[in-house]
Design a protein around this ligand. Structure first.
Ligand code: RIB
Ligand code: CA
Length: 314
């Protein structure tokens, strides 16, 4: 096997974050150094506990660090209407099997970047607050990371507001700081995550694996089918697993190298990601904006990884 990818998953579990954690913990190609949890979908108390609950479900003891309890500057927003008051829809998930690790998420990211200079991949599936704080503490982090894959943004319609996708709206200033930092970053916005969906037939296949992990993932994914009809999506988009799988299998995706920035001031547009693909402004590209995915291959790869919990996947 090729050298494993040293990875930290920074998240706000959150039901789709939970599936991303299960995938990262299952993938033999990933050396999951830590999971860091910030406030986002629900408060930090829940996200830092949920990260450890999902790892207990995975049967893995990976260090979990608590991150930011609120955004760097603006008002706090949450998404408990989608994720439930506890962040995991009240689903039957084990209690944490171990305590939080000492120290902050941002210091864990900085220390790992020094242990794995040029190799560490950071996947961010919640607000970018922890990465923003790490870069504010030590701007040289941008050059030490092999790359960042973030779930966030949308080049057209928002989901939390008409203009903004939730993760960016939850901390626009942090996202703008990250995009200006020079870090190598791929942005998996709604442009691609709305194409990375599970149909009810895919969900039945996942459920048929029969393991506690697969049943949990199927229940989480099922919860997204109906609420996403209004987006015109034919199933349940897996936002955060999309970012994780981009880090693992970028060959399944298409992207454009372009400039992206975040509107932090607009009364109607705060949190909007503005993408310069071909305007006269000719802004210098600062990210790979992921635009498409081979949906069938995405579903197969997700099922393959989750099947590993029952010793079924290769
Ligand atoms: O807009 C989707 C994103 O917001 C996902 O990361 C989901 O977990 C929520 O945080
Ligand atoms: Ca998330």
């Amino acid at each position: 096997m090729e050298r494993r990818i040293p990875m930290i998953l920074d998240c706000d579990p959150g039901i789709d974050d939970a599936v991303a954690i299960l995938l990262a913990a299952a993938a033999p190609e990933i050396e999951l150094l830590a999971v860091t949890a910030a406030a986002g979908n629900v408060g930090l108390e829940h996200t830092s506990r949920n990260a450890r609950r999902v790892l207990a479900l995975a049967g893995r003891q990976v260090p979990v660090y608590a991150g930011a309890s609120r955004p760097m500057f603006g008002p706090q927003v949450t998404a408990d209407a989608v994720h439930g008051a506890d962040g995991l829809l009240g689903l039957p998930v084990p209690e944490p099997a171990f305590p939080l690790s000492q120290g902050t998420a941002w210091d864990a990211i900085l220390q790992a970047s020094k242990r794995y200079p040029g190799e560490l991949v950071l996947v961010v599936t919640g607000p970018m607050t922890d990465l923003g704080i790490a870069l504010a503490k030590d701007p040289s982090l941008a050059g030490r990371l092999a790359g960042v894959v973030a779930m966030g943004g949308a080049s057209d319609f928002g989901n939390d507001t008409p203009a903004a996708e939730f993760n960016i709206l939850a901390d626009p200033e942090a996202a703008e700081l990250v995009l200006r930092s020079g870090v190598r970053i791929a942005m998996c916005g709604l442009d691609v995550t709305h194409k990375a969906y599970f149909t009810r037939e895919d969900i039945r296949r996942l459920e048929a694996l029969g393991t506690p992990q697969a049943r949990f993932a199927a229940a989480v994914i099922e919860s997204g089918v109906d609420i996403h009809r209004r987006y015109g999506v034919e199933g349940s988009p897996m936002h955060d697993p999309c970012a994780l799988l981009y880090a693992l299998r970028p060959d399944l995706f298409t992207q454009v190298h372009c400039w992206a920035g975040v509107e932090c001031k607009g009364r109607l547009t705060r949190g909007r990601t503005v993408i310069d693909a071909y305007s006269d402004a000719k802004r210098t590209p600062n990210c790979h904006w992921v635009t498409g995915v081979d949906r069938a291959a995405f579903v197969e790869e997700t099922i393959r990884l989750l099947a590993r919990y029952g010793g079924q996947g290769e």
